[in-house]
Design a protein around this ligand. Structure first.
Ligand code: ADP
Ligand code: G6P
Length: 494
């Protein structure tokens, strides 16, 4: 039986699939949905597989406080995750701040998105990163020990580490687990890009990061480019023997598989939501939709400026088109994100002030979380989705949009070539977000595209995403891991 179907799957990620907030009236902790690609993709997989999830709930729990069960009205995929399947990792607030805001958000996020000018390098936050990774590793060992006490023949436990917050954990887990003779397999998936050598080498503790990730049996990335960057860094920084064709790296007497595993979405769930969701905005305007965490990698400022140029160059759209930008607050303790919020507020005000008439405003801007049903309605009812990040590991919004395009006369997807989805969603209009005039022209093309072309493009996009949905991704990951289990010793380098 595969590990994911047997309760032997352990997911480890910085964030649990929900955040906890205190209800101001009852003073009880309640679960709230959290946004972000990792949670959206992994949550249904864990619930289906009856797995365990080790992570942080967004708050520091007081003595005696426990993870609550989900609200009976909760319809998000994490509702089925019972509290006994959740292991909360907590830290003193200072260490956590220095690890999360300092190292993860302040260093790795910009560096791995190839924006080194925004990255800060600090010894203290690196030390906190090491300490927090050790703590995650120790919780994982505890979970593995518990599983080893339950006598079942349902296969080897599978530890699945996620994302840049936990790049050191695999090595620590392997070292301790080996001493305790615990049997397990360990995989890692990076949800963001892996940068090229010239960027990665800027990180002062690059060796430790690579060694940490090579503690796994398999390391997955969204696309082949990121795999090749990683293999290149292992060879140039650690001097590992590598096989670029078969994506293998030799390290510490083991062979680690590197795999491109493009993530998908729960396609059918989005289709159902799009069928059921009532209209949120009734308008005769053609809507151009943007849905993002408020993050400087998402190209939001560029998008707004491109939209302004559209109104200058193609005045026929005035009064007929509106940009609907939904931006969920994110990492609000970090200055870069506070500055971006400020810049967006000013830019939206300036553009609306410049073009608005008594009956029309060009930009509708929501700064907040939107429920999945409302999101599905926005996706369905928009004429164009503009997914134009400056850099993005994959970008699930592009996929959610096409899943919700159930209309007979579908909309158009515009996607950036600097997102993983720009690599795979070939029938979208590809648009370089830095080229503002070109972006405005692409938007005009999308808004005026003939129906038969829209139908053709959308049909291909939807077919691919339905086939390569999140279950397919999960199966591909397990297959890559399972092959390891069955074919030990198979990966000998020439
Ligand atoms: P990232 O992982 O960088 O956040 P993705 O596009 O891959 O980017 O994933 C974002 C996820 O967060 C998507 O599943 C999207 O539906 C969700 N999301 C983004 N903005 C909002 C919002 N304003 N309200 C609710 N969910 C959102
Ligand atoms: C991206 C990252 C995730 C992260 C999410 C939200 O999707 O890949 O690991 O959880 O952004 O960011 P946050 O800092 O709020 O967890």
């Amino acid at each position: 039986m595969p590990a994911h179907a047997s309760g032997k799957l352990i997911i480890v990620s910085n964030r649990l699939p929900f955040i906890l907030k205190k209800n101001e009236q009852t003073l009880k902790l309640e679960r709230k949905a959290s946004a972000g690609g990792l949670v959206t993709a992994v949550a249904p997989v864990v619930v289906q597989g009856n797995g365990l999830w080790i992570g942080w709930a967004g708050v520091h729990l007081e003595e005696g406080e426990k993870i609550p069960e989900s609200d009976p009205n909760d319809t998000t995929p994490t509702a089925g995750l019972c509290s006994d399947k959740v292991i909360h990792v907590d830290f003193d607030p200072q260490t956590f701040d220095s690890y999360y805001n300092g190292c993860c958000n302040g260093t790795f996020w910009p560096l791995f998105h190839s924006m080194p000018d925004r990255a800060q390098f600090s010894v203290d936050s690196w030390k906190s990163y090491c300490a927090v990774n050790k703590e995650f590793a120790s919780k994982t060992i505890g979970a593995l020990e518990n599983l080893s006490r339950v006598e079942t023949d349902s296969g080897t436990p599978l530890v699945w580490l996620h994302d840049y917050h936990l790049m050191l954990a695999a090595n620590s887990i392997r070292n301790v687990a080996d001493e305790k003779y615990l049997k397990f397999k360990i995989g890692f998936f990076l949800h963001i890009p892996f940068p090229p050598w010239d960027i990665f080498r800027l990180f002062p503790w690059a060796d430790e990061i690579l060694q940490g990730m090579l503690g796994c049996d398999m390391v997955g990335f969204h696309i082949e480019d990121y795999c090749l960057n990683f293999v290149d860094c292992c060879q140039r920084r650690l001097g590992c023997r590598v096989d670029r064709k078969n994506l293998l790296v030799e390290h510490g007497g083991r062979t680690v598989r590197i795999r491109p595993l493009p993530i998908g979405i729960p396609f059918d769930r989005f289709v159902e939501m799009a069928k059921e969701a009532p209209t949120v905005i009734s308008t005769s305007l053609q809507l151009v939709l943007g849905v993002d965490r408020l993050d400087y990698t998402k190209g939001l400022v560029h998008r707004l400026k491109a939209f302004e140029i559209l109104l200058e160059r193609y005045p026929q759209h005035k009064g007929k088109v509106a940009l609907m930008q939904i931006a969920v607050p994110s990492r609000t303790d970090v200055k870069e994100y506070q500055d971006l919020k400020e810049e967006m507020d000013q830019l939206v005000g300036r553009i609306n002030g410049r073009f608005s008439t008594p009956n029309w405003s060009p930009i509708k801007y929501i700064y907040g979380y939107v429920s999945q049903n409302d999101l599905a309605a926005f996706y369905r009812d928009s004429a164009v989705a503009m997914v134009t990040p400056l850099r993005d590991g994959m970008n699930l919004v592009a996929k959610e949009f096409v899943a919700c395009q159930i209309k007979e006369s579908p909309g158009v997807l515009i996607v950036s070539p600097f997102a993983g989805s720009g690599e795979t969603m070939n029938e979208a209009l590809i648009c370089n977000p830095y080229e503002l005039v070109e972006a405005a022209d692409t938007l005009h093309r999308a808004l005026t595209m003939p129906e038969d072309e829209r139908i053709l493009r959308m049909r291909c996009l939807r077919r691919r995403e339905k086939e390569h949905d999140v279950d397919f991704w999960m199966r591909s990951f397990l297959k890559a891991m399972g092959t390891l289990i069955c074919e030990d010793g198979d990966d000998v380098l020439p």
